[in-house]
Write a protein that binds this ligand. Structure first.
Ligand code: KG4
Ligand code: ZN
Length: 374
């Protein structure tokens, strides 16, 4: 619809330079330039290399997105950018570019949260997010269960990893198995040839007295590494497919079990899964089955929208515009540890907007649990 906000989003929190353009909930362009090949030989993302790559890719990627969408920069209603969390130097390139374009074009600037963007992107695939939505956010840097009554203003963390993120565990195990970086996609592929029940690896934090919504993957990582070492020490061949499948099964089992439990406990009927690990085929299949058994509706974006991209930033930016959230100030800075509870970084001096914003925010908190989830 032509009256929906047309927003360009810029994502540079890690190694993907993403530029997306959306109109409301409609995806018009999703241009991504990745520097992943430059990091592969280091076995992980090198921040300085990522920042330089963003700098080189930024303008061409913006031009590619505008061309793909068939819109002129002057038609935009706003420019959104990931303000955090992420690598400080990498974020800075995106924030600086967004400011320059927004200022030069006379458009409002929206600094948004990378994690809320990973959730909001599903609007491009499955339409408006139900309110509230339960979100399982699983990426290279984060693993969290988030309750989102309003993705633009109210995101509540229920639990998160106490050590490694889920994607980090995939990357580390792939390294031990000499499968290259990033590890998630290759383990996903190899695991299809293996038996997920071949080896009983531990399920972290699933005891009766453990925190119900927190995750821990470092014990699993150590157990898998030890198992592989023992095989090698005995001069036996490591069954890579079985190890991959059994490791993946342990991660996916815990993630889906806890997510379904959180929905039941909170009386939420919709589970959304986002972030790079949501591209995992076994996670998608198990979540589908368990949600169906529990009577929950599952929403997972297509894999390309799960890994880092600019469309997710544009999607959240468009929602900010549609809901009249205040734009960011021109001195917006990149915040490498922006809390998940801040879906965007509003202008602190925007009094009129700030007032109506905090008013509606308080109002949501005043509602009883019963009303909110009815
Ligand atoms: O969301 P993302 O692109 O970047 C961050 O914000 O971290 O997530 C990247 C992570 C990496 O750890 C990668 O190994 C993992 O997502 N990943 C996967 C798959 N595709 C990407 N993990 C498991 N299975 C996959 N198919
Ligand atoms: Zn991400």
């Amino acid at each position: 619809m032509a009256d929906e906000p047309l927003v360009l989003g810029i994502e540079t929190s890690c190694d993907e330079t993403g530029v997306g353009i959306v109109r409301g909930h409609t995806l018009l362009a999703d241009a991504v330039a990745s520097s992943v090949d430059e990091h592969a030989r280091f076995g992980g993302v090198v921040p300085e290399v990522a920042s330089r790559a963003h700098l080189e890719a930024m303008v061409p990627t913006i031009q590619r997105a505008l061309k793909e969408a068939g819109v002129a920069a002057s038609d935009l209603d706003g420019i959104a950018v990931t303000a955090g969390p992420g690598l400080a130097g990498a974020l800075l390139v995106g924030v600086s570019a967004a400011k320059a374009y927004a200022y030069a074009l006379g458009k409002p600037l929206y600094g948004v949260n990378h994690l809320a963007s990973h959730i909001c992107v599903d609007q491009l695939e499955h339409g408006p997010l139900p309110e509230p939505t339960m979100a399982l956010l699983v990426s290279g840097g984060h693993s969290s269960l988030l309750l989102a009554p309003d993705i633009t203003a109210d995101v509540r963390p229920l639990g998160s990893t106490i050590d490694d993120a889920a994607g980090e565990a995939f990357d580390k195990i792939a390294r031990v198995l000499n499968l290259g970086f990033p590890g998630g996609p290759v383990i996903d592929r190899i695991a299809r040839e293996g038996d997920p029940a071949a080896i009983a690896f531990p399920r972290g934090l699933t005891g009766p007295r453990d925190a119900a919504y927190d995750f821990s993957f470092s014990g699993l990582k150590t157990a898998v590494a030890r198992w592989i070492e023992a095989k090698r020490a005995a001069g036996e061949e490591v069954p890579i497919a079985d190890v991959s499948a059994s490791f993946q099964e342990a991660v996916v089992d815990v993630l889906t079990r806890k997510a379904v439990r959180a929905c039941k406990d909170e009386g939420v009927e919709h589970l959304m899964i986002g972030g790079g690990v949501a591209a995992n085929s076994r996670l998608r299949a198990m979540a589908e089955r368990r949600c169906e058994d529990a009577g929950l509706t599952l929403r997972v974006p297509r894999p390309k929208l799960c890994t880092d991209n600019g469309a997710m930033v544009a999607a959240l930016g468009a929602e900010m515009v549609a809901r009249g959230r205040s734009a960011s100030a021109w001195d917006l800075s990149a915040d490498s540890s922006l809390p998940v509870t801040d879906p965007h970084v509003p202008d602190p001096d925007a009094h009129s907007h700030a007032h109506s914003h905090s008013h509606s925010h308080d109002h949501v908190h005043e509602l009883s649990r019963k009303n909110l989830y009815a």
